[in-house]
Design a protein around this ligand. Structure first.
Ligand code: ZN
Length: 491
């Protein structure tokens, strides 16, 4: 059986043995998307990282309640307390109801997550569906004296909180340093202190997403939803809170402070953060021209891409790096991942061709232990994948007769390959290892070549030659083989 799961806790900055608060139940909360644009590469990494965690914990026998929220209100431009709501802005630009924007991009997000074989969470709460819970949270923080009302808005009093707690403990910041590096407020501001953050904002006349509250007609601050929904669905104390490293500050820092202020204690036992992705060594950003949507990855339509990359290639590529390392997307690296994944699935299929022996030179049990050890060490998927490739070499040796495996060993190896590849890493075979577009494309070429085969059988040489010559003119290299035909695109 597996070793104890050890995970890196951002809060303690060290690896800790995972001990759930109410074992075998595990509470897992992950910050989901703000649904105002098409899902992009930056959405794929946290989704896949915490999908691996969800699958792994479930495989260990834990009963995981996985909550991943949808942010559909309160996330303002530049993650700030001023400016337009990201969703309202999109609605205004496209002349839609804000909830139409939310529904459209939530559907798009689900579609992309399905393609990446990311399992749906147990609960997917919307911020806009939990306004009452958020108002109650603000009331409690006000009662505790750690927030103040100003011009119809309510702000968290960071300085006061910091007198008895450490604001900045999650992200490793110290409030005095933060204050020294920030502009002083000019007295015109509603806030007492530049680091105070909004719990409730009074809506300006043009702000269309608005609710009644004791303080004003307005909307909740962005950080509040995760405090309110995490507490509602996972309780005052729960095991794991995850998200991208970019959310550590201010989003998770503020969430932690809100919970301590309202509940009198921290809620989260282990904080986990996945690292960022870069594109050709550069940070991904709309202004940098290297912002790639997942749909563009899958159909290859972004100018930086030399070909489409299938959802499983993207998934495998992300899993080939440890979640706490940065990950650079480049065509070379993605093409290598595509080939690697093909090799894994080829070996998986080849298991059916192995003839068992009386003796075994393949150590199936050792292989299983090494894979479990890698996962138990803070989800070390790249090491696990290295062990899978080592097994690929042994499977290929078993086929050419230079390695042996017993019937019992072979049955177990098949079970393990299914378990590790499909169930835990969440990789599933794709028809050609390429995108759906490429599948359709290959299907059409195969169809033409099937028609050509039939024509040949009927000695209809004219049709047969016509198909071959036309395909050749289009750049296809068609070969007749013993089994029928083979082709590749020679351009
Ligand atoms: Zn959140």
């Amino acid at each position: 059986m597996a070793n104890k799961f050890v995970l890196y806790n951002t809060l303690s900055r060290s690896k800790e043995v995972f001990e759930p608060i109410f074992s075998p139940n595990v509470g897992l909360y992950v910050c989901g998307p703000t649904v105002y644009g098409d899902p992009h590469l930056g959405h794929a990494r946290p989704a896949i990282t915490f999908d691996l965690l969800f699958r792994y914990l479930t495989n260990l026998g834990y009963k995981v309640r996985y909550v991943r929220n949808i942010t559909d209100v309160g996330h303002l431009e530049n993650d700030a307390d001023e400016g337009e709501d990201k969703i309202a802005q999109k609605a205004r630009l496209e002349k839609l109801e804000p909830m139409e924007v939310v529904q459209y991009y939530t559907n798009r997000y689900h579609k992309m997550m399905d393609a990446l074989n990311v399992l749906p969470p147990s609960i997917e709460p919307h911020a806009s569906g939990h306004i009452i819970e958020q108002i109650d949270f603000v009331k409690t923080i006000l009662e505790k004296g750690l927030a103040y009302e100003s011009e119809g808005s309510v702000y968290f009093d960071v300085e006061k909180y910091n007198q008895s707690h450490h604001y900045g403990k999650l992200s490793g910041r110290v409030l005095d340093d933060l204050l020294n590096s920030t502009r002083k407020l000019d007295g015109q501001d509603e806030k007492r202190n530049p680091f105070d953050f909004a719990l409730w904002k009074k809506a300006s006349p043009s702000h269309i997403m608005r609710w009644n509250s004791p303080w004003s007609v307005g909307f909740p601050g962005w950080h509040l939803e995760c405090s309110a929904m995490g507490t509602k669905y996972l309780g005052e104390r729960f095991d794991i809170h995850g998200g991208g490293m970019d959310l550590q500050f201010p989003h998770h820092e503020c969430e932690l402070a809100q919970n301590v202020a309202a509940l009198g204690h921290e809620s989260v036992k282990y904080w986990m953060h996945n690292n960022m992705i870069t594109i050709n060594g550069q940070k991904m950003g709309k202004s940098l021209g290297n912002f790639i949507n997942l749909s563009q990855m899958f159909d290859g339509s972004h100018p930086l891409l030399v070909q489409p990359y299938s959802p499983m290639t993207i998934r495998f590529f992300i899993l080939q790096a440890h979640y706490r390392s940065t990950l650079d997307f480049s065509n070379d690296a993605l093409i290598a991942a595509e080939k690697g994944l093909d090799r894994l699935f080829e070996a998986h299929r080849n298991l059916a061709k192995i003839v068992p022996s009386a003796q075994s030179s393949i150590d199936v049990e050792g292989f299983s232990q090494k894979c479990y050890d890698a996962l138990a060490d803070d989800l070390n998927s790249p090491i696990m994948i290295a062990h899978l490739f080592d097994m690929v070499r042994q499977i290929n040796s078993a086929i050419d007769g230079s390695a042996t495996i017993t019937a019992v060993g072979l049955t177990e190896l098949k079970r393990l390959m299914n378990l590790f590849l499909n169930d835990i890493l969440g990789l599933k075979p794709e028809a050609t290892g390429r995108s759906k577009n490429a599948d359709a494309f290959a299907g059409a070429v195969n169809l033409l070549l099937e028609i050509r085969q039939e024509a040949k059988l009927k000695k209809d040489w004219a049709t047969s030659d016509l198909i071959r010559d036309k395909l050749k003119a289009l750049g296809f290299d068609v070969k007749d083989t013993k089994e029928g035909y083979d082709w590749k695109l020679s351009i």
